[in-house]
Design a protein around this ligand. Structure first.
Ligand code: GLU
Length: 300
């Protein structure tokens, strides 16, 4: 299959070092883009300053470079794209698809936490802006790995925040505007499966195309539960990234003999790209793999 129009992406939030779960998404999205003969872009999702960790942007990009995973175009930084998000928000407000919302967190909590109508008793100096999600907003899509996903966004999510009351852009708006500009294929972790229907609704409201989606399974810790934040934050060794890449490759269900004889990153990536088989991707969560005779891939 060769599809030069294919455009994939990896979009980390700079909330800490690149961890094994993000490496899985980075490598998985890179392999699928290479397999399609398409492009792969890196986008830094730094629209949430309270959660941004100083040094994390450069640290993540340096780690990706050490892993040989280099963007095929300029790296986009969401913090520099305010004008695009502003224009999208203006369009939605003008078309009455979005509205200014003065509800406080406690007023919303009293309504069950799902916004269906404004219940604010007072105007706030800095209101949020939400997407109108009317009854019947049921979204169905076919995920490349997880099958058919259906969500009633009205009853399960409610009116989606687009600009937060603290003035920052909501992830949902920024990701939809940016994916809408060039991305044909979103490959990312299954923790975002639940966000996809609201992103599709937002694409429709903005008149943007819906990309294809493929959600990779999440990593499980040794106890069989999802990796905790602290475990997930174990850094990868940038001086020795190949063990972590090999581990991600196995976690993606791929043939472990491919690239086994290679001990440098770039030739390993070439062999991996040539030998990658999307039919082997595992749909379910991935247990921790222990491989006899191999040192722990992640430096503590
Ligand atoms: N920035 C998000 C994260 O790091 C990923 C967003 C996406 O892939 O859509 O979890």
């Amino acid at each position: 299959m060769s599809d030069p129009s294919y455009c994939g992406r990896f979009a980390p939030s700079p909330t800490g070092p690149l961890h094994p779960g993000s490496l899985l998404a980075a490598l998985g999205s890179w392999l699928l883009a290479r397999h399609a003969g398409g492009r792969w872009l890196v986008r830094v999702e730094d629209v949430d300053p309270p959660r941004t960790v100083p040094g994390a942007v450069s640290g993540q990009l340096a780690m990706l470079a050490a892993c040989g995973l280099v963007s095929d175009g300029p790296v986009l930084h969401q913090s520099q794209r305010d004008a695009l998000y502003e224009a999208a928000l203006e369009q939605l407000l003008r078309e009455d698809k979005a509205f200014v919302c003065h509800c406080s967190r406690s007023e919303l909590a009293a309504q069950g936490g799902i916004h269906h109508r404004c219940v604010a008793r007072a105007e706030r100096a800095h209101p949020a802006v939400r997407l109108r999600v009317p009854p019947g907003s049921v979204v169905r899509f076919n995920d490349g790995l997880q099958g058919t996903i259906v969500q009633d966004v009205h009853s399960e999510v409610g009116d989606v925040v687009l600009r937060r009351a603290d003035g920052y852009w909501a992830y949902q708006l920024a990701v939809v505007v940016d994916d809408g500009a060039h991305v044909t294929d979103v490959v990312r972790g299954a923790d975002l499966l639940d966000s996809t229907p609201r992103q599709i609704l937002l694409q429709r409201a903005l008149g943007l195309p819906t990309p294809r989606y493929l959600h990779l399974p999440l990593l499980l810790g040794p106890d069989g539960r999802k990796l905790s934040k602290s475990e997930a934050a174990l850094p990868i060794d940038p001086a020795r990234p190949l063990p972590a890449l090999r581990q991600a490759w196995r976690q993606l269900g791929q043939d472990p003999t491919i690239g086994a004889a290679v001990d440098e990153v770039d030739p390993w990536l070439r062999e991996a790209a040539a030998g990658f088989d999307p039919a082997r991707l595992p749909p379910g969560d991935i247990p921790t793999l222990h491989v006899a005779g191999e040192a722990a891939p992640f430096a503590r």
